[in-house]
Design a protein. Structure first.
Length: 279
């Protein structure tokens, strides 16, 4: 498993969202925003367009899908700060921490300064919007040259932005694997990191950035198309090609990121499995 997938998997249990191994926009856009529609590639979010801005806005650098209609949700957002993970002592001092992993995989994220969480409040509107437009999004992604499935496309409803960060993953480390991290402040919102390790893990770091444009977690919805053929499920009969009742019926299932566990009737999972394997 690639280190960016290990990182996402290990931090997934926090339920803050999809953990991005590459938080920086990398010059492709200014920052991740609520309303972005895109995909994650090797730990980096790639924006295709933003559903909250007009088609002719500068953010729509790749254009928009053929049926695009902006979603008016700008006034229905909320922001709040996230507590620091490692406190930096200030311009004249520093802070340090050590991390040890005694399992076959592990990961950590250090935020020396507060991150800001941006979330949509009325997420039901986002659910309706993705159901209505997801097919055109897939066609748009194909037109842009992305080899993706429908469920790879993420409609962003929330993100955590910060100015400085450091992260690392452990993959099959020796029993005594340990990494130490020292943080020194650089200006008002930047930090310098120094690593030392008994066994070098995969690490990633941003030394200095003045603006909180680095996205460490991203939240939203994905759409997945499920083909249900009630005739076949009910009678296991041979299909008659000229019988319109035997045509498969498609249903859109929404996948929330993060997918927080909740009580669910186990029979629902059985029926979905039958629908997916018998068509």
């Amino acid at each position: 498993m690639a280190h960016y997938d290990v990182y996402r998997e290990q931090l997934g249990g926090l339920y803050h969202g999809h953990a991005l191994w590459e938080p920086a926009p990398a010059g492709l856009y200014d920052q991740v925003r609520v309303g972005d529609v895109g995909l994650v590639r090797q730990g980096h979010f790639v924006r295709m367009f933003n559903a909250l801005f007009p088609a002719d806005h500068a953010l729509q650098s790749y254009g928009v899908p053929y049926d695009f209609a902006p979603l008016n949700m700008v006034s229905a957002l909320r922001d709040h700060e996230i507590e620091d993970q490692i406190q930096a002592a200030g311009p004249d001092g520093g802070a340090s921490a050590s991390f040890r992993c005694r399992r076959n995989k592990g990961a950590f994220l250090s935020l020396p300064f507060n991150a800001t969480r941006h979330d949509a409040i009325r997420t039901k509107v986002f659910e309706t919007y993705i159901r209505r437009h997801c097919d055109s999004w897939l066609e748009f992604a194909d037109r842009l040259g992305f080899d993706v499935k429908l469920e790879d496309i993420l409609f962003v409803t929330g993100c955590d932005l910060t100015s400085s960060w450091a992260m690392a993953t452990f993959i099959n480390p020796p029993w005594d694997a340990e990494i130490s991290l020292t943080v020194e402040s650089v200006g008002a919102a930047g930090a310098r990191f120094q690593w030392s390790a008994t066994n070098q893990p995969h690490n990633n770091e941003l030394t200095q950035n003045a603006d909180p444009t680095q996205c460490v977690f991203i939240r939203g919805f994905r759409a997945k198309r499920i083909i249900l053929n009630y005739k076949r499920m009910k009678a296991f009969a041979e299909h008659l090609p000229d019988d319109p009742d035997n045509e498969p019926e498609a249903s859109i299932e929404l996948i929330r990121e993060p997918n927080v566990p909740e009580h669910r009737d186990p029979l629902i999972g059985v029926l979905v499995y039958i629908a997916e394997t018998m068509t």
